[in-house]
Ligand binder design. Structure first.
Ligand SMILES: Cc1cc2nc3c(=O)[nH]c(=O)nc-3n(C[C@H](O)[C@H](O)[C@H](O)COP(=O)(O)OP(=O)(O)OC[C@H]3O[C@@H](n4cnc5c(N)ncnc54)[C@H](O)[C@@H]3O)c2cc1C
Length: 450
């Protein structure tokens, strides 16, 4: 029987371990922290489960949905209320027909409401510009600015891309974010037509799904399944070295050295690159952009004035809005009916995301206070109407580098170098891209050793 060691017990490591065990291997998973799940994590606040990290996954990921089904989990769509966008002038429902915030119908009323008629006319002129038959624009910001103007970029695209992928569109790689966009641009001749074609090709239904009980139930289900498969799972076991010893791989922790036929490195990017440094050429491992720091503040509020869900499922904040520090707010109990059903009348769960700034998390009282003020502004209620029942603050480092210009080539170089080492597989968000659907599909492949 082949033996496999998996380093890291986030979703990537858990899925890789499961896929290796399903392929008949004898598997041991080593996780540095005291709990499994990595960036999929939950907390109980005022008696209800609240996701503090990932809370949904892309419904288009065939592997991810198949995994949920195999684990007996039933994904649920969010409530159809939709999100809003806050810019310096006001708050507006996020335009319905778009990709990454790029509108398919620049003159639609919901687009004009956000950017104004003049900017909408400029965006519509995209259809009159010379066709993009040759040459591929890789910089998303440059592409949108040139085709549709700065307002579309600043007020529609930047808030969506910043919040979903945690990157600035001026640093984002079109090919990484929407691999089919350039092809559609060449085929249809304009950006809005390309977006329309992509929308038409997407299957009907919600773009994301959640899980009753929170995304953290995925971690619990994977943990149960690994137990059933006899996978040895060791938490509190940070791996300090991975080395080739003859035909075997040896993995070192503070407590022990383990050997196996294969090793899957599924830890976060910084840890994985440090472990791989003695094994792979230095160049593709050096000079990686830092992961993006995100602070999530979760609030449980008694606030009957939120019963009408004044901003639908939440608010994305455009650049240049100085009146709030948060970059996004999710009205979790409006977005997820399963969560609302657990709450007494008038109680709400709201989550705010901040770009982490030094010292933010070390001033929890200020952070809670700031989050309450931001929640009141973004939800358009008075601060006195929000009665704080419970709250939590969580710091994350988000592996969003794959979306950045130039990083795809690095990823390919790392993967190519690893191919030269028999029995070594790499996975995780730093290679697969942020987003659970991509992480799950890549980890499944790595676990099977494909
Ligand atoms: C705030 C936030 C919100 C998000 N929201 C969404 C969302 O709604 N939808 C979505 O699809 N995606 C979302 N994401 C992205 C998604 O959660 C991640 O891409 C995914 O969980 C990454 O999984 P991973 O296993 O690759 O990495 P991680 O979750 O980072 O796991 C890596 C694991 O390796 C362990 N480790 C590190 N070093 C070692 C070592 N030396 N030895 C052993 N173990 C080690 C770590 O402790 C960790 O458990 C969000 C991310 C964040 C931070």
């Amino acid at each position: 029987m082949t033996s496999v060691l998996v380093v890291g017990g986030g979703i990537a490591g858990l899925v890789a371990a499961r896929s290796a065990a399903l392929a008949g291997a004898d598997v041991v998973l080593l996780e540095g922290a005291e709990r499994l799940g990595g960036a999929v994590a939950g907390i109980e606040l005022a008696g209800v489960p609240v996701d503090t990290g990932a809370e949904s996954l892309a419904a288009r990921g065939g592997t991810a949905l198949a995994l949920l089904s195999a684990l007996g989990l039933t994904p649920v769509p969010p409530a159809p209320s939709g999100a809003w966008l806050q810019n310096a002038r006001g708050a507006y429902p996020l335009p319905a027909a778009g990709v990454l915030g790029i509108p398919a119908f620049p003159l639609a009323a919901d687009v004009r409401a956000v950017i104004g008629t003049r900017a909408a006319m400029r965006a519509w002129a995209d259809r009159l510009l010379p066709e993009l038959t040759v040459g591929r624009e890789r910089n998303l910001g440059a592409l949108v600015r040139r085709r549709m103007g700065a307002r579309v970029l600043e007020e529609l695209v930047a808030p969506v891309v910043g919040n979903v992928y945690a990157v600035n569109p001026d640093e984002a790689d079109v090919e990484s974010l929407v691999p089919l966009l350039n092809g559609e641009l060449t085929r249809t001749g304009s950006l809005s037509s390309a977006v329309l074609a992509l929308r038409a090709a997407a299957p009907a239904g919600s773009a994301v799904v959640g899980l009753p009980g929170g995304m953290v139930t995925l971690v619990a289900a994977l943990e149960r399944e690994l137990g059933r498969f006899g996978v040895g799972t060791r938490t509190g076991s940070p791996v300090t070295a991975v080395e080739r010893v003859g035909e075997k791989w040896r993995v070192q922790t503070a407590a022990e050295a383990l050997e196996a036929d294969r090793v899957v490195v599924a830890s976060d990017g910084a840890s994985a690159r440090a472990l791989l440094a003695p094994l792979l050429p230095a160049a593709p491992l050096a000079g990686w952009p830092e992961p993006h720091g995100t602070t999530v503040v979760s609030l449980v509020l008694d606030a009957p004035s939120l019963d009408s869900f004044p901003r639908g499922s939440g608010v994305l904040v455009a650049r240049g809005v100085d009146s709030v520090a948060a970059r996004a707010l999710t009205h979790s109990s409006a977005k997820w009916p399963w969560l609302a059903a657990l709450l007494p009348p008038g109680r709400h769960v709201v989550r705010l995301s901040y770009r982490t700034v030094a010292g933010f998390g070390s001033r929890p009282i200020d952070a809670g206070d700031l989050a309450l003020s931001d929640a009141a502004r973004l939800l358009d209620v008075r601060r006195t109407e929000l009665n704080l029942v419970d709250w939590a603050i969580t710091e994350w480092r988000q592996e969003s580098q794959r979306a950045l210009l130039g990083v795809r080539a690095r990823i390919e170089a790392v993967r190519a170098a690893a191919l030269g080492l028999e029995g070594l597989d790499l996975t995780g968000a730093w290679l697969a891209g942020t987003g659970l659907a991509s992480v799950i599909a890549d980890a499944d492949r790595a676990g099977r050793g494909d």
